[in-house]
Ligand binder design. Structure first.
Ligand code: MIC
Ligand code: SF4
Length: 642
């Protein structure tokens, strides 16, 4: 039988396991990336492994999330990451050099290689045919040390594209269309391969917009073939020699095939508060808009920015709208300056922010009270913008410009002719903001600088035979890691300070939770389906662990989060009968018994001591996961196995 693109890359990198969907496989990882909000913790974890130099082909530490530096905390963390990277063989991308996924695509990604990153949008690399996964910081630390990355062998989905996008309909609309079809749970357990003749009309930045937002589908990753379009992009980056062709076999088999006719698509918009709450832009026509933000790892390429500049040229934005533009990288910004497009943007009244995540992660530019914000980003989860009652919508750059110019949600096709954009034959290449690591013989002398914001790693506990604890929090479906451990300008600076962060845990759902959990000592949390979707932040497991959460029981879990829970020594269990969720009440005293035998049998019994009912819970742990839970998480397990 023929193979899909992903199966071919997996086969080449398989360390152990069988390539049968649902089975655990271990992969050799060629490249890693970290960003600063998850990186500090990942490098603290890496340091505990006692390995001198990374064993990957390439590892890069990016600074792009916490760039505001409102106090000493971020600056201290940046210094820590810069020095730890220098010592251990990791390249350091300075703040201002750009968003990790954009820069990695431009300067480092290689078709056919494996990449894991401590950021859920690492699959952006699939735009050039990399097999790229978002992972928790501990998994990235292990991969930097040369260890394998463990995942469940995914199913294979294929999206066949036909036709060609019409003017003002974009790759972002393709992403929103697939979210409309599949929902935020529809990609769980699958790798999505994009193919069909329609992909010949999509450039690498457009493909990368699509693989980036595959994360919002819950997909393990997304991938495009590596073809002549990929080659042209790499050549324009001066990296033509990194190119290799890569495609699926004609007789490759897929678990699901979805057809999308590009010519039939219209401009789409995701309404609050979920990326799959998709409508046609025309249906929302006339809704007043207060704020527009263009940028993020989804839509900040040179091509996106040139289109935005061309549409803004000679016009001024509506006085009632505040418009921010964050180019994805220094390369993009410097080329906007060189071509004069930056002037068109500035003259329109836009506020140009630095090349970083910025408003996407609530690092400034929060909307006004109850404000309507149109953003070219990938997530519109409740509260993520920093304004609790804002209505954040996700749109293409074209739709964003139409709103900025008119002050209302407007179908961008009403803007008239789409200006012709000429992509440069060669990008401006300047890697001076990427600092190379020390040579191996000089590494020992490099001092790692640690600021006072870096607090010790919290102590995990082994999972024993019984957990008896109150149900301190019951939440609903689609709880994101932004609910569990919010980000934003006030909280993000404390990503290396778990005790401080813990005050905000589940703040969006119930601000009293941290105090309640602390008072209980140990506790159990109950959730609905797709629990832990969204960001890869392991803090959404480490902080509950610090607050004494010993088990999470849910209808289903998101992939990266469930791995993070196990890495932190928290027991994730699912309801055998999803209706049992309704029978549990916050405040009930619960007891999980005979846990070790239950983990082997795939079924753990739960007593609700308050109501006297008993429930059956399911689990499907691999031998390694069971050993990790019994040891108290990945770090404890690794220490034991040495
Ligand atoms: C996000 O988009 O939510 C983030 C911030 O990039 C996260 C990582 C983090 O929480 O630091 C992600 O997507 O993994
Ligand atoms: Fe940064 Fe936003 Fe992309 Fe996350 S989704 S990496 S915060 S730009």
């Amino acid at each position: 039988m023929g193979m899909t693109i992903a199966q071919k890359i997996i086969a080449k990198h398989l360390v152990s396991g069988e390539m049968i969907p649902g089975r655990e496989i271990a992969l050799r990882i060629d490249q890693t990336l970290t960003q600063d909000a998850t990186g500090t913790m990942a490098y603290l974890e890496f340091e505990t492994m006692g390995i001198d130099r990374v064993r990957t082909e390439l590892s890069v530490a990016y600074i792009d999330h916490n760039t505001l530096q409102c106090g000493f905390e971020n600056a201290d963390d940046h210094r820590y990451i810069q020095t730890v990277a220098k010592k251990h063989g990791i390249r350091f991308s300075r703040p201002g050099n750009g968003i990790c996924h954009q820069v990695h695509l431009e300067r480092f990604g290689v078709p056919g290689k494996t990449l894991i990153g401590s950021d859920s949008h690492t699959p952006t690399g699939g735009g050039i045919g990399m097999l790229a996964f978002g992972a928790g910081g501990m998994d990235v630390a292990v991969a930097m040390g040369g260890g394998a990355y463990y995942i469940t062998m995914p199913k294979m989905f294929k999206v066949n594209l036909t036709g060609r996008l019409r003017p003002f309909v974009t790759a972002k609309d393709v992403s929103l269309e697939i979210l409309r079809i599949l929902s935020v749970k529809g990609g769980v357990g699958a790798i999505i391969e994009w193919g069909g003749e329609g992909i010949q009309t999509l450039s690498v930045p457009e493909r990368a917009t699509i693989t980036n937002m595959g994360t919002e589908l819950g997909a393990t990753t997304s991938i495009f073939p590596s073809d002549e379009i990929t080659r042209a992009f790499l050549e324009a980056e001066g990296r033509g020699d990194a190119w290799t062709p890569l495609c699926s076999d004609p007789d490759a088999e897929y678990d699901r095939v979805i057809d999308i006719d590009l010519s039939a698509l219209e401009p789409l918009i995701a309404c609050p508060h979920s990326p799959d709450n998709v409508k046609k832009v025309s249906e929302l026509k006339g809704v007043k808009v207060d704020q527009v933000c263009i940028g993020s790892c989804t839509n900040s390429s040179l091509m996106d920015m040139l289109k935005v500049a061309a549409l803004l040229k000679g016009k001024t934005i509506d006085p009632s709208v505040s418009l921010s533009i964050s180019p994805g990288s220094k390369q993009v910004l410097s080329m906007l300056a060189e071509t004069g497009a930056l002037n068109d943007i500035l003259a329109s009244g836009a506020r140009v922010l630095e090349c970083a995540c910025g408003p996407c992660i609530g690092m400034g530019f929060s909307p006004n009270s109850a404000g309507v914000s149109l953003r070219t980003f990938n997530r519109n989860f409740l509260g993520r913008s920093g304004t609790a009652d804002a209505g954040v919508h996700l749109v293409s750059p074209e739709t964003a410009v139409a709103a900025a110019l008119t002050g209302f949600i407007t179908d961008p096709r009403l803007l008239g002719e789409m200006p012709e954009i000429q992509m440069p034959q060669r990008f401006r290449i300047d890697d001076s903001a990427v600092i190379p690591p020390a040579a191996p013989e000089e590494a020992a002398a490099v001092e790692v600088v640690r600021g006072p914001n870096i607090k010790p790693f919290p102590q995990s506990r082994p999972v024993g035979e019984e957990i008896a604890a109150p149900l301190t929090l019951k939440v609903g479906d689609n709880i994101t890691t932004d609910h569990i451990m919010p980000a934003g300008a006030k909280i993000l600076p404390y990503r290396s300070n778990i005790p401080h962060l813990s005050q905000y845990c589940f703040g969006v759902c119930d601000a009293a939770f941290p105090e309640r959990a602390k008072a209980a000592g140990e506790s159990i949390v109950v959730g609905g389906s797709n629990y832990g979707q969204g960001s890869s932040r392991e803090h959404a497991a480490l902080v509950p662990m610090y607050l004494g959460v010993r088990a999470v029981i849910a209808k289903s879990f998101a992939r990266i989060h469930v791995a993070n829970l196990i890495n932190a020594g928290i027991l994730p269990l699912t309801f055998k009968n999803p209706d049992d969720y309704d029978a549990l009440n916050q405040g009930d005293r619960l007891a999980l018994r005979d846990i070790h035998a239950g983990m082997d049998a795939g079924r753990v019994m739960l007593d609700d001591l308050t109501t006297g009912q008993t429930f059956e819970l399911a689990c499907d742990f691999t031998g390694r996961q069971k050993a990790m839970l019994k040891a108290g998480g990945l770090l404890a397990y690794t220490a034991l196995s040495e």
